[in-house]
Write a protein that binds this ligand. Structure first.
Ligand SMILES: C[S@@+](CC[C@H](N)C(=O)[O-])C[C@H]1O[C@@H](n2cnc3c(N)ncnc32)[C@H](O)[C@@H]1O
Length: 467
């Protein structure tokens, strides 16, 4: 972290480099200036991407797995178009989610690095970024489906499927599995998982595991579309084999078009271009001064509990012994360990003070969140080359009547890590992927009929430059 004296020195030295796009100005900004800057900012219509259909936003491997609050590939592509000129760039994302940034980097022949604390995120990103030779994949999918065909056969004959076939149902989490799945689907899923684990080629096995993970919600009594773990006793869960077959075909089409897109040099040596880790965003898997561009969307405070949301995958794929412990590592989670460091951002401190009067626990969560994010920005600064930029996508919101000015805090905090605020983009969010509503009591994201407060109809891309 740097002092305000250093910010001033940096400011006087600063000359705009490599950028002729709507750049803000040449010096560091006080909290008041930052607040004004955001107040005056108009919508950048070019960044709404309203014309894109789900088939565009879900192209290539982008629809392999649902993921809450993922951003659309077109946003990442536009940032790369505007800021990258070299052919061998390195792009990083400290909060990879389902890998939108990394897939896009790989599609362009760039190196993609990053982290996510969510174990399923890393597996999704790995699989989505790895193009597979189409005829080989076709043969593997046919072979898997042929081995599992007996499930469909026994259903048509009204037999209990695979009574004598070995299952793989993780006993460690059997209570949670019984909580979410009926007996028949549990057994079918157990047989599918056993057959997938028998696949020897790890790339193919992981591809199948992502298909398996994606179908779990449909096969359970998880209230469809809910961002909270809620059971729906009226739901008729989908039969696993049928939906697995359909989803594998969809993934196969995605792989085939991705395979055509990815440059040969990357296809032949994917390991050299992909460097992703399951770990905290405060430590990126790259040396200092290596990265050209960071494109990321951080978690939000008091919003999604990613560990809870992906619990079906976590229990079936045995990612965590204890969900309670697992949650504590997630930035923005209400369960996150607080640290004893001090807030640097004045805007954040003001928000925390206001929240103190309404809800002390939430005030602590907000403070922890902004302290964590300051450390992530320090790490972004370390790994970027001089002239490199970090682009953080984030929205403001309101909790318990207090305006949570995430974007403004991010802009101020980036300066404390050494960045110049290079550009602010304000965009409308037309996509339904992003949550628009909050439950006013809990502050958590809610499905529309339970919601009574706007969440993030607008978001910002806050861009910092390491000069
Ligand atoms: C808004 S999502 C990112 C979505 C991503 N841009 C995409 O397109 O899929 C935020 C991510 O931050 C991750 N996360 C939360 N705490 C983290 C931590 N301590 N370190 C790294 N990642 C974390 C969550 O698991 C989640 O995947």
């Amino acid at each position: 972290m740097i002092s305000s004296q250093k910010i001033k020195e940096t400011a006087t030295k600063y000359i705009i480099k490599n950028c002729n796009i709507n750049t803000i100005q040449t010096k560091s900004k006080s909290p008041e200036e930052i607040l004004n800057l955001f107040k005056k900012k108009g919508i950048d219509e070019d960044w709404t991407f309203a014309e894109y259909k789900p088939s565009d936003t879900g192209k290539w491997t982008h629809s392999y797995h649902r993921y809450p609050a993922k951003f659309i590939p077109q946003l990442v592509e536009k940032l790369i178009d505007e800021y990258i000129t070299s052919e061998d760039a390195h792009i990083d994302d400290p909060f990879m989610g389902c890998g939108t940034t990394i897939v896009t980097a790989i599609s362009r022949g760039f190196t993609g690095s990053g982290t996510d604390i969510n174990k399923i995120s890393s597996l999704i990103t790995q699989v989505k970024s790895t193009p597979i030779e189409p005829s080989y994949l076709d043969q593997k999918i046919k072979s898997l489906l042929a081995k599992l065909e007996f499930i469909a056969d026994s259903q048509s004959q009204n037999l209990f499927p695979g009574a004598n076939i070995e299952h793989l149902i993780p006993q460690k989490h059997i209570e949670r599995i019984n909580y979410w799945f009926n007996e028949q689907n549990k057994n079918e899923l157990g047989m599918i998982l056993r057959t997938i684990y028998d696949e020897e080629d790890k790339t193919i096995r992981n591809f199948f595991l992502i298909a398996f993970s994606h179908i779990l919600k449909n096969c359970s009594i998880w209230l469809q579309g809910s961002t909270k773990p809620t059971r729906d006793f009226k739901k008729k869960p989908t039969k696993p084999y049928i939906i697995l077959r359909r989803h594998l075909k969809k993934m196969q089409r995605g792989n085939n078009s991705f395979y055509q897109t990815v440059p040969l040099k990357v296809k032949n040596n994917i390991k050299n271009y992909l460097n992703i880790k399951i770990q905290d965003a405060k430590t990126q898997p790259t040396s200092s001064n290596e990265v050209d561009l960071i494109i990321s969307s951080s978690p939000y405070v008091t919003s999604y509990e990613y560990a809870d949301l992906h619990q079906l995958s976590t229990i079936w794929l045995e990612f965590a012994d204890s969900l309670t412990e697992y949650r504590k590592e997630f930035i923005g989670s209400a369960h996150k360990h607080s640290n004893n460091k001090k807030l640097k951002s004045n805007i954040a401190q003001e928000i925390v003070n206001k929240m103190q009067e309404k809800n002390k626990k939430m005030a602590k969560e907000i403070s922890t969140f902004f302290i964590d994010m300051q450390e992530v920005f320090n790490e972004s600064y370390r790994i970027l080359k001089n002239g490199g930029r970090c682009c953080y996508v984030i929205g403001d919101t309101c909790l318990k009547g207090v305006d949570i000015l995430n974007a403004e805090v991010f802009a101020e905090s980036l300066q404390y890590s050494g960045f110049i605020i290079d550009r602010i983009i304000k965009r409308k969010i037309p996509s339904k992927i992003l949550p628009q509503k909050r439950d006013i009591k809990t502050g958590r994201f809610a499905s529309n009929h339970h919601a009574n407060s706007e969440a993030y109809p607008i978001e910002y891309i806050v861009i910092g430059l390491k000069e």
